[in-house]
Design a protein around this ligand. Sequence first.
Ligand SMILES: [Zn+2]
Length: 255
Amino acid sequence: MASEIRLFPCLSDNFGCLIHDPATGATASIDAPEAKPIIAALEKEGWKLTDILVTHHHHDHVGGVAELKQKYNCRVIAPNDKKAAIANVDLRVKEGDTVKVGGLQARVLETPGHTLDHISYMFDSEHALFAADTIFSIGCGRVIEGNHAMMWNSLLKLRALPDDTRVYCGHEYTLANIKFALTIEPDNAALKARAEQAANQRKAGQATVPTLMGEEKRANVFLRADVPAVAASVGMSGKPAAEVFGEIRERKNRS
Ligand SMILES: [Zn+2]
């Protein structure tokens, strides 16, 4: 039986996300921005929370952990960060570890840059990536704790995943990301198509997530810092991709 995934809004622009294994009844929440909408989503489906898979220590990703742990006595899995900033953790994981949610399996990918502890969860059999604040649709997270080269390497790690990977991210930022990306790649046909699709999704009150990795490779300027035309458009032809990425990220910060 295939897994079931539910995506719903939390806080002002975060996503809550549940992945459920019908065979065993196990259900994991990817991060826990706040407890209330996660409990509502679980009750709507009749699912019981067994696990929380934390991606990084920011409050808008762990704010609901304590309440959910108390209510469901679920297992909390979190990055193996040295500061142990995340509370209520049962299992700390690192690159290459495998996490089981009932019969489902996720590979842990360390994707630092936004924070030093950031990890992503790749459910290979489900073709589903939960990347929180590392990659957004047509965007990427702010580089807060790491540096540009570190973030670029994390994005390369995600870009290497199969094209049919469904990308789930932590925030609904797609329209603003597209507006910015068009300033760098105004003639990118895949980006223009994504702009139209995302505008229609938002008009219909739908989330723009998940997206497919293959589409992100073609339309997400932050994954395209090693494309010569992208480097040229920011005046950095021939420069290392990590530096081109850094320039694009800085421009987005100022936009
Ligand atoms: Zn964050």
